[in-house]
Design a binder for this molecule. Structure first.
Ligand SMILES: C[S@@+](CC[C@H](N)C(=O)[O-])C[C@H]1O[C@@H](n2cnc3c(N)ncnc32)[C@H](O)[C@@H]1O
Length: 213
């Protein structure tokens, strides 16, 4: 893996290494309530053939990967990746490759993938716009980005509460709860195609975007 460049990235990597063994347990309630069905719907739309998953984590999307795609998954944390690797069924063979890599500085050539997927990742990437610019660089013109993300609420009171809690929560978990990920996707140069509210107050959203030709 390329040399990690800054303290924030190293902090995030360490946080996820630390929580990796209890991550699935912590996420279990939301996984059952919401994430499972959102993941299933998202992956039904993925056709590739070359697909990049950013921030594979403990591999929660693996069971939803469609057949006939060539998937490359990356994550910053070797602890999370170790668990994801254990979940990879032998039947997937060479069609799935998981690598330790920083989304802010990827080792892929320009215009390489047809689709990029990330679920609940750009709340943690230290410089999300840079990560999204990198995702744009490695996607083919006309290629698509599919995100599930939580972000700052649209409701004013809730948004200011989230902003106040952002720093302590980030310190404890590595996660930012008050980001504006839709704006970040646009800032990075993607064309937003569709933004869907998945819960009340606009906290969880599905974002679809394309790379301009
Ligand atoms: C909240 S977890 C989500 C994991 C998984 N996508 C899921 O849906 O369960 C965020 C993941 O993003 C990874 N991550 C954070 N910053 C990253 C970066 N700069 N490059 C690659 N992965 C990163 C973390 O290591 C962690 O595994």
């Amino acid at each position: 893996m390329k040399e990690l460049k800054n303290g924030q990235t190293e902090f995030t990597r360490k946080r996820y290494n630390t929580v990796s063994t209890i991550y699935d347990l912590m996420e279990w309630p939301v996984e059952q309530l919401w994430y499972k069905k959102w993941r299933q719907k998202l992956w039904q739309k993925i056709h590739g053939p070359k697909v990049l998953e950013i921030g594979v984590g403990t591999g929660k999307n693996i069971s939803y990967y469609p057949e006939n795609i060539q998937l490359t998954g990356i994550d910053l944390s070797p602890g999370m990746l170790k668990l994801a690797n254990k979940l990879l069924p032998k039947s997937m063979g060479d069609s799935v490759t998981l690598r330790e890599m920083d989304a802010q500085d990827m080792e892929f050539p320009d215009n390489h993938f047809e689709e990029v997927v990330a679920t609940f990742v750009f709340c943690s990437v230290p410089d999300p716009v840079r990560g999204l610019q990198e995702a744009l660089r490695v996607t083919k013109p006309g290629g698509r980005l599919h995100l599930l993300e939580h972000m700052r609420a649209e409701h004013t009171f809730l948004a200011s509460l989230m902003e106040k809690l952002d720093t302590p929560i980030h310190y404890l978990s590595g996660v930012h709860i008050a980001r504006n990920t839709v704006e970040n996707v646009e800032k990075a140069g993607w064309n937003i195609e569709k933004v869907q509210d998945l819960t009340a107050k606009g906290i969880f959203k599905k974002i679809e975007a394309s790379k301009p030709h």
